[in-house]
Design a protein around this ligand. Structure first.
Ligand code: ACO
Length: 476
């Protein structure tokens, strides 16, 4: 929609129509240029072989040295998306950031990103940061969509950004870390359109994962509670999505309604269990006759209750088996970044979207209906859906941003578990340090990566950018 068509030509901008097909115009991801191999970490940590790689489904874990912080991750991904799409920064009217990596209790990451808009003199940019564990990226996305669909819209585009450095204290949770950032350009007439009127949320007060210690990057985690909360939120959001879709006259919703189902991914095994959980929900919703005729092999589960089955091994196993084919086609392609980079917290779900979009050519993705489940401990969760355009030219142009995804994943540097642990120790010492110059290597960073140059005695951070034309020095 041309920008001027929104206005009546008076000095008071009055919307004259609802913008159509509001959604994601383009998306890009950034992850650090080094990783630790999860099977080497198993040996280093003295756990049984397969615990991280099979038990959690994780292959590699990206991590940051003290050269990167949440500001630099977001500077990098926003700068790259603007460059790759050729977007004029003055055409952005809203910039939203979702993160739970807090380095300043007052100053937003968004305000740091304003540096990218200073050359063109664009200071008219709404939006600040949203925080609720891994949910902030979804809040940023929804806020951006809402702005474009609101009376406040001035015809420009929005940017929804999410990033985090996910690190855990030594112990069982450490292999479920990761780091990265995703930026999404939001506007009308998009190739990825968010369905209206059906997105559904479940919000609750729970202490399952939280970060009360301001002097540490590490969270407090009640792991069994966090898994239970994740699965029960999925049940609640899916039920509400189904009933909202029914109210709008849609065909009854089931896994068959979607060609892809993407999840926030703390670790890949939980995602496979979550798809099985949706298959269980579909089964529970059938009449006794339908259960008997369509799924005779599941007869012993005909009276299963959702609330009593979160940790029921028999139910879990049966529905994982039942949903295996769906998992292979609808969900597994979305786990490329999650298994190779790890849980990036707020960008985790959007790393799933990026992976899914990079998994097939445009003519396969065209017209698909994609479901997404976002979860942030504490807790906030939503289930929503996206329709991929059938306009192949529009879709292909959006996908070009992701054409280097596989190369970037493969040209990262493998670091030893000792290097990884040492990088985390350095980060521990650097949290809130003043008059600090980071030690981390910059030569091996991806081209165009922003990094922390120094922190002065008043905690003010200075950043530089790795030259765009140089490689990261790692063989292709
Ligand atoms: N080979 C294959 N599988 C193995 C092996 C092995 N050698 N050893 C263990 N496993 C399996 C276990 O059977 C278990 O499988 P299951 O989940 O199907 O039961 C799995 O590996 C994990 O092992 P556990 O001993 O059960 O769990 P652990 O104490 O290692 O902790 C956990 C895993 C809870 C995921 C931990 O990494 C954690 O606390 N992570 C952070 C919390 C989290 O991610 N919560 C999810 C939602 S909240 C959020 O997004 C942050």
């Amino acid at each position: 929609m041309p920008t001027h068509s929104l206005f009546n030509g008076t000095s008071h901008p009055t919307p004259v129509g609802w913008p159509e097909n509001v959604g994601i115009l383009a998306v890009d991801i950034y992850f650090p240029a080094q990783y630790v191999d999860q099977s080497e970490l198993e040996v280093h940590d003295g756990v049984s072989g397969g615990k991280y790689t099979i038990g959690l489904g994780q292959t590699r874990m990206g991590f940051c040295t003290d050269r990167e912080d949440i500001n630099s991750l977001c500077l990098t991904v926003v700068n790259r998306l603007l460059e790759k799409t050729g977007t004029d920064p003055s055409k952005i009217g809203r910039l939203e950031v979702g993160t739970e990596t807090i380095i300043d209790k007052s100053k937003s990451v968004k305000s740091v990103l304003m540096q990218l808009f200073s050359d063109c003199g664009n200071t008219d940019l709404e939006g600040v940061d949203s925080t609720n564990a891994c949910y902030g990226g979804t809040a940023a996305l929804f806020n951006s969509i809402n702005w474009i669909e609101s009376s406040a819209w001035d015809g420009r585009l929005a940017l929804a950004v999410c990033g985090d450095i996910a690190v855990y204290a030594a112990g069982a949770a450490r292999p479920s870390g990761g780091a990265g950032a995703v930026a999404m350009l939001i506007g009308p007439n998009a190739p990825l359109v968010l369905d209206r009127g059906v997105r559904s949320s479940h919000m609750e007060h729970v202490y399952d994962f939280y970060k009360p210690d301001m002097s540490s990057e590490y969270p407090q985690v009640d792991a069994p509670l966090s898994i239970r909360c994740y699965l029960s939120s999925l049940d609640a959001c899916y039920a509400k999505y189904r009933s909202k879709a029914a109210l709008r006259g849609a065909e009854p919703i089931s896994l068959d309604s979607f060609q892809a189902v993407l999840f926030h991914t703390p670790y890949c095994k939980l995602v496979q269990k979550s798809l099985a959980r949706l298959a269980l929900n579909d089964y529970v919703n059938l009449s006794p006759e339908q259960k008997k005729s369509q799924f005779p092999q599941l007869e012993k589960f005909s009276d299963v209750s959702l609330v009593e089955s979160y940790f029921d091994r028999d139910v879990e196993k049966a529905f994982m088996q039942e949903s295996l084919k769906s998992f292979e086609t609808k969900t597994k392609p979305s786990l490329l970044v999650a298994t190779n980079v790890g849980n990036m917290y707020t960008p985790s779900l959007y790393g799933g979207l990026v992976s899914y979009l990079a998994s097939s050519p445009a003519d396969v993705l065209s017209g698909q209906h994609v479901a997404l489940f976002s979860y942030g401990s504490g807790l906030a969760s939503s289930f929503y859906s996206i329709r991929i355009t059938s306009d192949l030219a529009l879709l292909s142009s959006a996908l070009t941003c992701l054409s280097d995804l596989h190369t970037r994943l493969e040209t990262r540097q493998k670091m030893s578990p000792e290097n990884f642990v040492s990088a985390l120790s350095t980060r521990e010492k650097a949290v809130h340090a003043v008059s600090y110059t980071p030690e981390g290597e910059t030569a091996t960073m991806f081209p165009g990566t922003w990094f922390l140059q120094s922190i002065d005695e008043k905690h003010r951070r200075q950043y530089s950018r790795h030259p765009i034309g140089q490689t990261n020095g790692v063989g292709h």
